[in-house]
Design a protein around this ligand. Structure first.
Ligand SMILES: NC(=O)c1ccc[n+]([C@@H]2O[C@H](COP(=O)([O-])OP(=O)(O)OC[C@H]3O[C@@H](n4cnc5c(N)ncnc54)[C@H](O)[C@@H]3O)[C@@H](O)[C@H]2O)c1
Length: 368
């Protein structure tokens, strides 16, 4: 039976993208170096905290940057502080600029991620997308389909995947350094007022349901890490709520109990009111415990009854994980493939989020 024309067009778009980059990979070395050394022009969509961080890194890696943000003050700030090529108050205006855009980094609030990513992919421009993919699973499915059909790369930046100490933890788990893991505890507790000291926390997108704020969505890093370490769980019980005096309409407390097929249990606590801030994971196995903390920047392994630990300290700084993600994006722009975090990974996180929401609403366990 002949293939419908739309399917053929989508398939051929993907094939064309792949063929073009295969051609680049096969060009003689001298030409390829010129292509790789040519400064890439990246359009950063959202001139807030994450946008400025990626832009600064990409500039340090030799890129040229233009920004989109509806807020004039944000655009003035980046124009004054960074060597910026162009500033635009809307994505539509930015598309009309003269000159090529090699990549788009989407660092706006999550409510805009799907529509903005699709706009770039439909122009065959690779995307770096900040987490979470978007506020709900349906949006993520829609974007994943467009990405698959177009074949244009999308790198999702659940940035802790690039954090050297957590990569080390993953290796330790893979070689069963403390035997079969039976229980894992994730804790992330950080008062929202401390996140962006330059603005009122209630004006920040984290306070807004419509924009995609809240602990569950924004701190879905920890759900992503659970999936990265252990794959898909079997069942989830969750309680998601707003229990502090923070002036926000979003959730500020998440507790989850997650069951895996092999009997392993995971507890996950996220809150937006805790001080001092705390981020840690404890993996309890049959032959000991692996403990990872952000502060101190450390992994410890304990195998004794008493507090006797083998300790490994790390020197890396928070920006290093963003910088490594930006390096991977540049490699993608030069024809490499997305290695560390894909849209499919983001979709899996959203399916756990939806299960947690359902469980919290019904009070029952939800099977994944
Ligand atoms: N990977 C990480 O560790 C990490 C860290 C921080 C933020 N993030 C993610 O980055 C995104 C932005 O967070 P942030 O802390 O930079 O927020 P922010 O509020 O500092 O910045 C968001 C910016 O987007 C702008 N904006 C609003 N609507 C827009 C639109 N329609 N188009 C373009 N820009 C628009 C806002 O004016 C603001 O300047 C979120 O998805 C967040 O989860 C990820």
């Amino acid at each position: 039976m002949p293939m419908p024309i739309r399917t053929w067009l989508k398939g051929s778009a993907s094939a064309l993208y792949v063929a073009f980059h295969a051609l680049l990979r096969n060009t003689p070395d001298r030409c390829r170096k010129d292509e790789e050394m040519e400064s890439k022009h990246i359009l950063v969509v959202g001139a807030g905290s994450a946008g400025k961080r990626h832009a600064g890194n990409l500039i340090s890696l030799g890129c040229r940057i233009s920004f989109v943000d509806p807020r004039a003050d944000r655009l003035t700030e980046v124009q004054e502080k960074m060597g910026i090529q162009g500033i635009y108050t809307s994505l539509e205006d930015a598309w009309r600029m003269d000159g090529r855009i090699d990549g788009v980094a989407i660092t706006s609030p999550p409510a805009f991620h799907v529509e903005q990513s699709i706009a770039a992919l439909e122009k065959s421009i690779p995307v770096l997308l900040e987490k979470p993919v978007c506020p709900d699973e349906a949006g993520a499915q829609k974007l994943a389909k467009v990405q698959r059909d177009s074949g244009v790369p999308l790198l999702l930046t659940y940035t802790w995947r690039w954090w050297a100490p957590l990569r080390r933890v993953k290796e330790l788990l893979e070689r069963r350094a403390v035997g079969q893991i039976r229980h894992v505890k994730f804790v992330m507790s950080a008062h929202l007022a401390d996140w962006h000291p330059w603005e009122n926390y209630w004006d920040f997108f984290m306070a807004s349901k419509t924009l995609g704020g809240g602990a569950l969505l924004d701190e879905s890093h920890w759900i992503d890490l659970m999936l990265w370490f252990f794959g898909k769980p079997e069942r989830v019980i969750a309680s998601i709520g707003k229990i502090s005096e923070l002036k926000i309409e979003t959730d500020d407390n998440v507790d989850m109990l997650v069951f895996y097929k092999d009997g392993m249990r995971v507890t996950l606590h996220l809150d937006l009111y805790g001080r001092p801030h705390e981020k840690y994971i404890r993996f309890v196995g049959e032959q000991g415990t692996i403990s990872w903390t952000v502060d101190p920047n450390r992994i410890r392994i304990g195998r004794e009854m008493t507090e006797t630990w083998e300790t490994q300290d790390f020197e890396c700084e928070r920006n290093d994980m963003f910088l490594d993600a930006d390096r991977e994006f540049l490699n993608v722009l030069n024809g490499g493939s997305v290695q560390t975090c894909t849209i499919e990974d983001g979709l899996k996180v959203l399916s756990v989020i939806e299960a947690a929401r359902e469980s919290s609403a019904s009070g029952c366990a939800v099977v994944l």
